[in-house]
Design a binder for this molecule. Structure first.
Ligand SMILES: [Zn+2]
Ligand SMILES: [Zn+2]
Length: 297
């Protein structure tokens, strides 16, 4: 039995364990081989970058915690997470290299991005100044004819080590068990995945921006707060009861759930990547994923 604290922190899965799990997943679904190998390379690059990060200590203001308790505001705004810009830019370059070798579409995109960077048309440092701002990235993508998803993925993945380090600094300021809302208490972002843990299947949400995890009720749609059970349904893949899709028929959105009651501790983002077929089914049913992973269209 794993202790609460350890389970709560499914944070750092050692690379060796990640590799083992990738082998298992590939055996089961060889079609995912390429994408999982790509993910491993990205994780390796992020891990390396983490070792040299220089992050400013976050100074919390007292009124922030008061606002959190009284008004349900998140602890800090997304843009206030300090980023190590130099390290992020370096990681961005490494990820571009990895992306170039991943598939022809990424290679083409990386080529366009490099050109715009070399001609000083895109200022990466400036783009990272106030955290990862999706609107800004979308605007730049439009301007240079880039695939927003690819560009956003590269930027987000480059900033991720800094953002997670910031979140770790603040972890002890919050109680993950008592927030119970559909957005992150740390940074206010929407959840990326839902996780069931411990024997009784407590449900947690994983933040799409900072990686924090917090508790929420089992029977609620995190996106529209719908609790009416006749509007909530779920389905699993055949023979894959550890993965399920929770659908809400009120807002027509869905979240993927990974059931860690029967699955050994692993990287939830990896599990998500290895089950894109479930996303396709959910989308066919007419539901949207508010924070899609970059690999679904
Ligand atoms: Zn967050
Ligand atoms: Zn809903």
């Amino acid at each position: 039995m794993v202790s609460d604290n350890k389970m709560l922190s499914i944070r750092e899965i050692p690379l060796e364990k990640l590799k083992e799990r990738i082998q298992q997943l590939k055996k089961k679904r060889p079609g995912y081989g390429k994408i999982l190998d790509f993910y491993l390379k990205v994780k390796e690059a992020q891990d390396k970058s983490k070792a040299f990060l220089k992050i400013e200590p976050i100074k919390l203001r007292k009124e922030w915690k008061e606002l959190l308790a009284k008004e349900g505001f998140s602890l800090i705004p997304k843009e206030d997470y300090p980023l190590d810009i130099e390290a992020s830019v370096k990681l961005f370059q490494t990820l571009c290299q990895i992306g170039k070798e991943a598939n022809p579409h990424m290679a083409e995109q990386v080529g366009k991005i490099k050109e715009a960077l070399d001609n000083k048309k895109i200022d990466l440092k400036n783009l990272l100044k106030k955290g990862v701002n999706e609107q800004k990235i979308e605007k730049v993508s439009d301007e240079f004819g880039l695939d927003t998803k690819v560009f956003l993925f590269l930027i987000q993945s480059s900033a991720k080590p800094s953002i997670e380090a910031g979140m770790e600094q603040l972890r002890n300021e919050l109680d993950p068990e008592t927030w119970l809302k559909g957005y992150c208490p740390m940074c206010g972002s929407l959840p990326f995945l839902s996780l069931l843990k411990e024997e009784e299947g407590k449900r947690y949400l994983l933040c799409s921006y900072c990686g924090y995890q917090w508790r929420i009720d089992r029977l609620i749609c995190p996106f529209c707060n719908n609790k009416e059970q006749e509007f909530l349904q779920y389905f699993c893949g055949e023979g894959e009861e550890v993965y399920r899709i929770d659908l809400c028929d009120k807002c027509h959105q869905y979240i993927k759930t990974i059931d860690y009651r029967t699955l050994e501790e692993s990287d939830p983002v990896l599990e998500d990547l290895a089950t894109l077929h479930l996303d396709i089914l959910a989308i066919q049913k007419g539901h949207q994923r508010p924070v899609p992973n970059p690999w679904t269209t």
